[in-house]
Design a binder for this molecule. Structure first.
Ligand SMILES: Nc1nc2c(ncn2[C@@H]2O[C@H](COP(=O)(O)OP(=O)(O)OP(=O)(O)O)[C@@H](O)[C@H]2O)c(=O)[nH]1
Length: 217
């Protein structure tokens, strides 16, 4: 399968100041796109000039979803089709994503932040630090309260671990406090935040972390 960027402007890397690049990874269906949809207005309200790159296997479904959301100028959303395991284009060879981010830097002077959503993957996915300055990993309670104990590289190494779908804990028999404690135990002090992307609960804390740790505001 081929790897393509949907939008085909030819960038000239290095000509524009680079916005901070933040990766969002995690298993299939954990709520990565829902998180992006929450972060766009929340970061916008803080005056953060934003663009988004989505990664899908062989479609541009997530990009179309974000473009249609009405939350952001659709031109600010680029799609990368991985055509392979999602981690390939965020870790082994992130060239397509780097090129897409360079395009956005060139198009939008004053861009502060580019969110790069990975395609749904497994607990082992990580981002290349050639691509991102900071990366978040999204797991969800419906995937099982034992996920942190499995110590996947995404859970352990990400700059920020997000445990999403906190609202579902009572429905799936997960002890949320224990899941959070076990996540903290395997992360050697790196932060863990709980979210409910259905309601927006917990999003403010992510925005605060991004402002402090990435934008230095
Ligand atoms: N109850 C509940 N549902 C959620 C929450 N966040 C996301 N969802 C739902 O979970 C499903 C998957 O969410 P997505 O945002 O599409 O997940 P994703 O990680 O982007 O999925 P892929 O891109 O396919 O890997 C959707 O039906 C969302 O509405 C949450 O906090 N609580």
């Amino acid at each position: 399968m081929s790897q393509t960027i949907i939008d085909t402007e030819v960038p000239s890397p290095g000509q524009a100041p680079a916005a901070a690049r933040v990766g969002i990874g995690g298993p299939v269906g954990s709520g990565k796109t829902a998180l992006v949809e929450r972060l766009i207005p929340a970061l916008g309200a803080e005056g953060v000039d934003l663009a988004v790159i989505t990664n899908d296997l062989v479609t541009k479904e997530d990009a179309e979803r974000v473009r249609r959301s009405g939350l952001i100028d659709p031109e600010r959303v680029l799609a990368v089709e991985a055509g392979a395991c999602p981690h390939t284009v965020i870790r082994e060879d992130p060239t397509l994503n780097m090129t897409a981010a360079d395009q956005l830097d060139l198009r939008y002077a004053g861009l502060d932040l580019i969110l790069i959503e990975s395609g749904g993957d497994n607990l082992a996915s990580t981002f290349s630090l050639d691509l991102v300055d900071y990366w978040m990993f999204v797991i969800d309670v419906a995937g099982g309260g034992d996920i942190p104990r499995k110590r996947g590289p995404g859970v352990v190494q990400s700059d920020l671990l997000i445990i999403n779908k906190s609202d579902l804990a009572p429905h799936v028999g997960v002890d949320l406090a224990q899941m959070e404690a076990e996540a903290r135990a395997v992360r050697d002090g790196r932060p863990v935040l709980l979210t409910n992307c259905r309601t927006g609960e917990g999003i403010d804390a992510i925005v605060a972390a991004l402002k402090h740790d990435v934008l230095f505001r």
